[in-house]
Design a protein around this ligand. Structure first.
Ligand SMILES: NC(=O)c1ccc[n+]([C@@H]2O[C@H](COP(=O)([O-])OP(=O)(O)OC[C@H]3O[C@@H](n4cnc5c(N)ncnc54)[C@H](O)[C@@H]3O)[C@@H](O)[C@H]2O)c1
Length: 365
């Protein structure tokens, strides 16, 4: 029987979207009004669950739910060992296929919990509760699961969409500014890929509320951002048609920059912001991107404090180039960059090395 609290929850918590992915699998995304809404919904799952958290997100719930696995925070835990810990705990709890894994954390916890859920008894139930902005607008939706393997990021993984994604923007209050900006770069990227300008305008007009983490504004921001991701992944659920690839806007440049900094100097979001600006610039030089649009979008990133004018030194070029050549999303041996014609109009294209050098090196030869 549902409790009064649960009934209350049902009235408050709004379904943000229902996303249909490969093989007709559906993910229901729910936006909670506040932490009470969220916990009421979580309590509805009953006892047949296994919680996966990290050392930081475990501090966000009191009392700590059981049974649970608490992993080390951060990317270094995204490996087989962590996956095995989750699977072992499920076996020890005697969970059957109708058991549910609940991943409560950032993108690392979401990716790992989903990966483990896809393996356990060939697939058990899965709920993700993303607690970073990046995980809310990106990692929790779309069915991609992964762990890092032999030095390769996300090298081993599966497609396994969560049945439910529960989002509560109140959890963002404890997130560091650095992690917040990490996710915000993906939100701005979504704003450029959107078919309309609502998210773009919101970012232009509500910087103060966004940076002040106003829950109502963040809720709206997350919802609009998710709808953009939804529109790309539903048309190309397994990334085979070149549509979903548009979501990599800024990532090929960004990843190469991260590798030049040995993945310590640049945060992912800062590198994506920089990379998106390089993609806009490349588009201008190739006559693909509308100049006024490129200039406005670049200013939007600058407005949120991203270092978009940075250029690598000549000495870093080989490392940068090698990283580009290793790009996982190459086709027929060619790296394809996502550029933008204008708002919501991505194009995939190759770029000649000479132009690449001019775009990214501080004083090319
Ligand atoms: N599956 C996908 O489609 C997809 C998409 C994008 C990114 N990803 C993956 O997501 C990962 C990055 O995610 P991330 O940026 O969320 O990193 P993360 O999960 O490592 O979280 C960043 C840090 O914030 C902490 N944290 C999380 N929530 C918090 C909160 N509410 N308050 C305080 N601290 C909190 C974490 O403990 C961690 O230290 C990468 O592994 C990336 O590959 C996956």
């Amino acid at each position: 029987m549902p409790t009064t609290r649960n009934l209350l929850y049902k009235m408050n918590m709004n379904t943000c979207c229902s996303v249909t992915l490969a093989d007709g699998q559906t993910t229901n995304v729910l936006l909670a009004d506040d932490i009470y809404d969220l916990s009421a919904h979580l309590s509805e799952y009953g006892n047949n669950v296994l919680w996966v958290l990290d050392g930081n997100t475990a501090r966000l719930i009191r009392p700590l739910p059981t049974p649970r696995v608490i992993l080390e925070p951060g990317e270094s835990a995204k490996n087989w060992r962590g996956t095995e810990r989750i699977l072992r705990a499920a076996v020890e709890e005697g969970m059957a296929r109708d058991g549910r894994f609940i991943g409560f954390g950032g993108g690392v916890i979401c990716d790992m919990t989903a990966f483990a859920a896809s393996l356990y008894m060939r697939g058990c139930r899965l709920t993700l509760v993303p607690t970073t902005l990046l995980a809310m607008v990106d990692a929790s939706l779309g069915g991609k699961t992964a762990i890092d393997f032999m030095g390769g990021k996300n090298l081993v993984g599966t497609f396994y969409p969560a049945q439910d994604v529960l989002i509560c923007c109140d959890t963002l209050k404890s997130l560091s500014d650095k992690e917040f900006l990490n996710g915000l770069a993906e939100v701005i990227k979504h704003a450029l890929l959107a078919q309309d300008e609502e998210l773009y305008r919101m970012l232009l007009l509500k910087k103060h509320q966004i940076m002040g983490r106003d829950p109502a504004v963040l809720r709206n921001l997350v919802e609009l951002s998710l709808k953009v991701k939804q529109s790309y992944i539903e048309r190309d659920p397994k990334e085979t048609l070149g549509i979903r690839q548009a979501l990599n806007l800024g990532h090929t440049f960004g990843h190469a920059l991260e590798s030049c900094g040995r993945f310590t100097t640049w945060s992912h979001g800062a590198a994506v912001a920089w990379g998106t600006c390089r993609a806009l610039e490349a588009g201008e030089k190739l006559g693909i991107t509308d100049q006024r649009y490129a200039s406005g979008a670049t200013k939007l990133f600058a407005m949120y404090g991203y270092d978009i004018d940075y250029r690598i030194g000549r000495g870093d070029w080989q490392l940068f180039r090698q990283s580009l050549l290793k790009d996982k999303k190459k086709q027929d041996g060619l790296v394809r960059f996502v550029l933008l014609e204008k708002q919501g109009k991505p194009v995939l294209t190759t770029i000649e090395l000479k132009l690449l050098q001019n775009l990214v090196i501080s004083s090319p030869i």
